[in-house]
Design a protein around this ligand. Sequence first.
Ligand SMILES: Cc1ncc(COP(=O)(O)O)c(C=O)c1O
Length: 435
Amino acid sequence: MPLYNALLEHQKLCRSSFHTPGHKSSGIIDPELLKLDLTELPDTDALFEASGAILKCEKNLAEIFGAERTLISAGGCSLAIMAMIRLAAQNGSKLICGRNIHRSAVNAMALLGIDPIWVLPKSDGYFTGRIDADDIRKALSENNDVCGCYITSPTYYGEISDIESISKACREYDVPLLVDNAHGSHFKLLKRDIHPLTLGASMTACSIHKTLPVLTGGALLNIADSRFTDGAKEAMSLFASTSPSYPIMASIDLCANYIRHGGTDEYRQLEPIVANIKNTASELGIVQPEGFCDPLRVSVSTSSIGISGEAAGEFFRSRGVEPEMTDSENAVFICTPFNTAEDFYRLKNSIISLGGLEKDYIRKKSGTISLPQIAMPIRDALLSKSEFVPADKAVGRIAADTACPCPPGIPVYMPGEIIEDTAELNDAVKVVAVQ
Ligand SMILES: Cc1ncc(COP(=O)(O)O)c(C=O)c1O
């Protein structure tokens, strides 16, 4: 039982969880839920033909998130993203896309034959950065045949784009704004409601298992624009399993109840606690994302004080703190009300002690990111016969996959693009096979 045992062993470490899922195994989710692992029965409704209990649950969620229609996904946010793109693609085959894009969106574009028009985020060199409303406006003015505009906000590091201005630009061109809000499901609950749907997005894909108390795999597709409500279930079922997990779906229902009965207050009460940790990091000279960011996510550039993300990760773990993610230069921590006072004590003290570690990292000057030349559509490249070649032999070949070094979390190439530089890549690279 290798996997089961690995999970039990990890549990024995009793680390403070600053990773997904948002419930932090705290017991907030009814442990009896597993006994409700049922299937579509006359009285349990069916996800893709919802007309009873599931539809009622979805209506409750739509009310909470201020959506015209909300759809449950038990296949993660990836499924909600694919459905969202499918809905937009009914009106054309070109999509304006922020380049910091999740793999599921690239896959959906390949399967649906969509061509992206890329917009690069404006990065500070430490983290991913934000999509600028002026860049979106420019792309809209130069392309009159797009079916939508797709951006990721917040980023993994918690940076939030100016959704209000971006949605205003999209409305002026009558183009729907699709937001990958995977990391921002809790934005509706904060002191200031900064959920992208509230700020004008047409649709959002929200990975509620990441930051709210929901079992892993639980996500939502929120639709504000009534033009997209009708075919939404069909769009999602196109990519989904016909056996969605009832415990996952039930945990989403429990989460809706939690939000309505005190959950919102708990998230708001957390804001000053996390702000205090962020202030501590700032006072120690540790760089964090600038500007408007997720108030409940701590992202620190450990490299800004000469420590690699990997070394920092080991240090945090040795202090009983499990980060959501460490990359070569940064560490990311997801905080929810299901973290305990002891968790926050450990996190703050570990950040304070970080400066005592031996310096092992000199920051490289971040180069400017440019868009590679396109040799073939994403679809052709992703579905083509491919082969793996060593990174140094891949320059000049056509990519059959995406490479996304973190930071900055912006792909250096996408399927179908000519590979220009592999200096940042260690592994073998997947390229289109030479016929
Ligand atoms: C920005 C972003 N979008 C989408 C996803 C996919 O979410 P899920 O794992 O719920 O399918 C992730 C997962 O980490 C993500 O980081």
